[in-house]
Design a binder for this molecule. Structure first.
Ligand code: PPE
Length: 306
């Protein structure tokens, strides 16, 4: 998806012109993947742009940094404010937001501790990640031959930049084979998640999603789905899922900030068909929520003009 440029990017406390937001080729993170990031979305609401669960995302950014022992030279509140400012100055009504904390220029080698820590926040307009068709009729999934991280090789709770090579390999494999997206299994053989989304099945009226121990990121959209399901009185459970559970599910869907809530129409060519009723209800409520149309979830929206 080609980037659509905007005016400014926040870099280490300053708003710089989009085309000047550059780094040195010896930036540590470029060589070793030593960074952590977030993916956030701002939506158009009746009170202007609002960032969905902004503070929760920034807290997770700090947690990712803690796991890798990266000291962010700002507070959560400062990054929250800087994020709002970046959306505001670019005059965007809705956009994707990418805060990035990365080890910068000045040191090389595998000891990251002496490296400078840099922070940037970029925003850009980003449409539906898996396509309009996908949102409406579901996406075709392939179980990847690549496994999700073993928790003792790479910590699934962290959104580390380098960890995403694993996702990219799975994505390429799926696309080359003619599918939309990949599903990764844990080293123990359980369903973990997708390349950048959590996964859910619906069986006998109950939503089931894999636990963190299966290597999935604790998704903020996943948590929103949990809350929405609870309020709609739909049973929701975290449990290990087998590959065959996907094939035999009544419904399945995925969730993530970039992807939002997307139905799954087939897994390894086993058809699940058009989106089912539970998937639809969750999806509709989620889209209404992010636009500020559901009163009980108004606190999830952090308005940029307040
Ligand atoms: N699992 C992974 C591996 C993941 O990267 C994401 C977000 C999720 C689950 C869902 O988490 P959440 O966004 O909190 O609901 N992936 C981000 C990056 C995607 C990208 O292509 O880049 C995102 O959706 O912004």
């Amino acid at each position: 998806m080609p980037l659509q440029s905007v005016d400014k990017i926040w870099m280490d406390g300053e708003l710089v012109a989009w085309e000047d937001a550059k780094v040195h080729v010896l930036t540590h993170a470029l060589h070793y993947g030593s960074g952590v990031f977030e993916g956030i979305r701002a939506y158009h609401t009746s009170q202007g742009a609002a960032v969905f669960r902004l503070t929760d995302h920034i807290v997770r950014l700090f947690n990712s940094a803690k796991i890798f022992m990266i000291d962010i030279p700002y507070t959560v509140e400062e990054i929250v404010e800087a994020t709002k400012e970046t959306v505001r100055v670019n005059n965007l009504d809705s956009c994707y937001i990418r805060p990035l904390v990365y080890l910068g220029y000045g040191e090389m080698g595998l000891n990251p501790l002496p490296c400078p820590v840099n922070v940037s926040i970029a925003v850009w307009p980003w449409g539906t990640y898996l396509g309009e068709e996908g949102i409406k009729h579901g996406v075709r999934m392939k179980i990847s031959s690549w496994q999700r991280h073993d928790p003792n090789a790479m910590p699934p709770a962290a959104k580390g930049t380098g960890m995403y090579i694993n996702s990219s390999m799975a994505k390429v494999e799926a696309i080359k084979a003619g599918y939309d997206e990949a599903i990764l299994l844990s080293p123990q053989g359980f369903v973990s998640e997708c390349t950048g989304e959590n996964i859910f099945i619906v069986k006998h009226g109950r939503i089931v999603t894999p636990p963190v121990s299966a290597g999935a990121l604790e998704g903020i959209t996943q948590d929103s789905v949990r809350t929405i399901a609870r309020d709609l009185e739909i049973e929701y459970q975290e449990a290990n899922i087998l590959r065959s559970d996907l094939y035999l599910a009544d419904e399945a869907f995925l969730s993530g900030t970039a992807a939002e809530v997307v139905p799954i129409r087939s897994v390894d060519d086993r058809e699940l068909g058009e989106p089912g009723p539970i998937t639809r209800r969750i999806q509709e409520t989620y889209f209404a929520t992010v636009k500020g149309e559901v009163d009980r979830y108004k606190d999830w929206l952090e308005h940029v003009n307040k």
